[in-house]
Design a binder for this molecule. Structure first.
Ligand SMILES: Nc1ncnc2c1ncn2[C@@H]1O[C@H](COP(=O)(O)OP(=O)(O)OP(=O)(O)O)[C@@H](O)[C@H]1O
Ligand SMILES: [Mg+2]
Length: 388
């Protein structure tokens, strides 16, 4: 199929921050943007040409988006695969329904990773009290129970310390069908970020080193400081999985680095990824432009890093006393503020991020840490919590 060129409309299923940043890059390139989201004034709706208000399982709304677009992509893997299957009859959808069917169910994803022979955490399926008990016996403790569907930012997960807590742990995730995983005492977490084009071409962004707090990404540093052999292995794992999926677009593999230096796949995200936000400002081609290029069947861009960078996530907790005071961000010329335009802040909600690039004078990690401390300690500019 020929390339989809600027002037065409790209449809996004989901209008969160990932779609917003893809839309901003796509607009710069001359594309038009259509969005399907329950909130037409959400992060991507604010920068779109056309918004369709609807839920992610609304096939008719998705069909209307497809009719409006020359190609459809997504900003969340939680769009039901059946919805994609319907619209891909008329419009190219990247990634495809087949990819989502594997990814959006943790059990399918674990089986897929196993079939590819990629290293991953020890796991077992849980569907009833009996399989819960058996899983506890085979996986051991501590372990983590994760719902098969709809999890993100650690939601739908329970850490279980001992056999007597199994029932409580399952209760905590609503007794939903789940996957139990061994708790990995990892040395660190990294992610491999790559794009796969329509012709199978692969391009890697530099690996990111990720620190999570309460199961939510806190800081990513790029490039990850890992030995070349480990970097090669991480990229090989990512490439193998992307190719086996037949994926088109950006894809991230989250990896645990064990204390012996070996790697385990935590999970795969067939889209742009929070740990790749640093690319938007630090790389020749951001992950967002790269995804647009792949989706539209264009040649991929140069993903090289221009300057090392650190990305700090801004969670809703920082809004507890009102809009944060950004003085600390402005006072560091190498720091760049990204806000997603979300109307209401909740604890744990991703509201924006700060990108600190290496200016050759100050350590970007230390600058990011200073900004974080200042934001936490700063008196809020407005004393009234935001509405909504
Ligand atoms: N088996 C495990 N052992 C140790 N830590 C884990 C394990 N599973 C998850 N974690 C920790 O919790 C974090 C979030 O887990 P996971 O990636 O499964 O969550 P998620 O809800 O899919 O989040 P997201 O989609 O935002 O990455 C991981 O990055 C890691 O820090
Ligand atoms: Mg994750």
């Amino acid at each position: 199929m020929s390339a989809i060129l600027p002037g065409a409309t790209i449809g996004f299923l989901g209008g969160g921050q990932l779609a917003r940043m893809m839309a901003l890059e796509a607009r710069r390139m001359g594309y038009r943007i259509a969005i399907l989201d329950p909130d037409p004034d959400g992060p991507a709706g604010q920068v779109a040409d056309h918004c369709i208000e609807g839920s992610f399982d609304d096939v008719d709304a998705a069909q209307r988006l497809a009719e409006h677009s020359q190609v459809v992509t997504l900003d969340t893997e939680h769009i039901p695969a059946e919805v994609l299957e319907r619209i891909e009859k008329t419009t190219p959808v990247r990634p495809s329904a087949d990819v989502l069917r594997i990814i959006q169910d943790r059990l399918n994803q674990r089986r897929f990773i196993e079939a590819q022979g990629a290293p991953q955490v020890r796991w077992a399926a849980v569907s009833d009290p009996e399989s819960l008990k058996e899983a506890g016996e085979s996986i051991g403790f501590p372990c983590i129970l994760k719902t098969r569907r709809s999890g993100y930012d650690g939601k739908g997960q329970a850490r279980i310390e001992r056999a007597t807590d199994l029932a409580d742990g399952w209760e905590a995730i609503g007794k939903a069908p789940a996957v139990m995983e061994a708790f990995v005492d990892f040395d660190r977490e990294i992610s491999t970020l790559l794009a796969r084009g329509v012709d199978g071409e692969i391009r890697f962004h530099p690996l990111a080193h990720n620190d999570h707090r309460h199961h939510i990404l806190h800081i990513s540093r790029a490039p990850a400081d890992v030995p070349p052999e480990m970097a090669r292995q991480a990229q090989e794992i990512g490439e193998g999985l992307a190719t086996a999926l037949g994926h088109i677009g950006m894809i991230a593999a989250e990896l645990f680095v064990k204390r012996d230096g070996s790697l385990l796949v935590n999970e795969i995200a067939p889209r742009t990824h929070n740990s790749g936000h640093y690319t938007f400002g630090a790389c020749v081609t951001s992950q967002f432009e790269q995804h647009v290029r792949a989706t539209c069947g264009l040649p991929l861009g140069d993903p090289s890093l221009q300057r090392p960078a650190v990305m700090l996530n801004l969670l809703g907790d920082l809004w507890s006393g009102g809009e944060p005071d950004w003085t600390s961000v402005w006072s560091h010329p190498s720091a760049h503020l990204h806000l997603y335009g979300k109307a209401s802040a909740r604890p744990g909600r991703k509201m924006g991020h700060v990108l600190v690039v290496d200016d050759g004078k100050n350590d970007p990690g230390a600058v990011a840490e200073k900004i974080y401390q200042d934001l936490q300690g700063a008196a809020p500019r407005a004393s009234v919590a935001r509405a909504g």
